[in-house]
Write a protein that binds this ligand. Structure first.
Ligand SMILES: N[C@@H](CCC(=O)N[C@@H](CS)C(=O)NCC(=O)O)C(=O)O
Length: 226
């Protein structure tokens, strides 16, 4: 079994960064958290660009091997360390169902949730303004995404069955950040129950603590500096 510690370049405010850290915590993977603060421009520094020339987190360094993309990082860690099968099953059909979720996350869920938060909350701090029509379109995608998670995906305790898989981590962290806009999820009872199951996991609590207290402070005092 692999024992070389992994360096994870992450920002607590980044959804896929949190997913990777939770994955390591839940699988006892030894990792060093390399704080890469986006607001401070750490992701544009020469040192970081050697790890990920795209200038994005999460990124990983394991020995001399560098990797970016949260899902790719978790799949790599799953294959390299002693992780339970349910995270990313060896059975071709079960694995394909997880891959189906991972693809959908990028092409649909993230296209709604991430810009809704960025274009309505963060944009103000960067002096940016986006057209109302554009924001409406992202809201439409988000609403459809949540409806599909509720009515199509959640047929069991977790997204791919009775046990947690890597998709649960990225989906959960994407939905978590909707707290910035106090998004009303009450129309989605299955999704809310799944969120509660995710939030009850001690490793999820440990990693989301920073962002949850930041969001709370932000909502209490909306002019808080991002
Ligand atoms: N597709 C990547 C997304 C990476 C990404 O968008 N990272 C954001 C933070 S969540 C970032 O680093 N943004 C800074 C930038 O693009 O300059 C993944 O899933 O890991």
């Amino acid at each position: 079994m692999e024992s070389t510690p992994v360096k994870l370049y992450v920002d607590d405010g980044s959804q896929p960064s949190r997913a990777c850290m939770i994955f390591c915590e839940m699988n006892n993977i030894p990792y060093e958290k390399v704080e890469t603060r986006l607001v401070k421009g750490d992701n544009r520094k020469e040192e970081f660009l050697k790890i990920n020339p795209l200038g994005q987190v999460p990124a990983m360094k394991h020995g001399e091997f560098c990797l970016r993309e949260g899902h790719a990082i978790m799949k790599y860690l799953h294959a390299s360390f002693d992780c339970a099968d349910h995270w990313y099953p060896a059975c071709i059909k079960k694995r394909a169902k997880v891959d189906e979720l991972l693809d959908w996350y990028h092409s649909v869920l993230r296209q709604g949730a991430a810009p809704v938060v960025f274009k309505t909350v963060f944009s103000k701090f960067f002096g940016m303004k986006f057209p109302e029509d554009e924001i409406k379109m992202h809201h439409k995608i988000l609403k459809l995404s949540l409806k599909n998670i509720e009515n199509i995906f959640l047929t069991d305790d977790f997204l791919a069955g009775p046990e947690i898989c890597i998709a649960d981590l990225t989906f959960y962290n994407e939905i978590l950040q909707l707290k910035y806009v106090e998004y009303d999820l009450s129309k989605y009872p299955k999704l809310l129950a799944w969120c509660d199951r995710m939030a009850a996991i001690p490793e999820v609590q440990k990693i989301t603590k920073v962002i949850l207290s930041f969001i709370k402070a932000f909502l209490d005092k909306p002019k808080a500096k991002i």
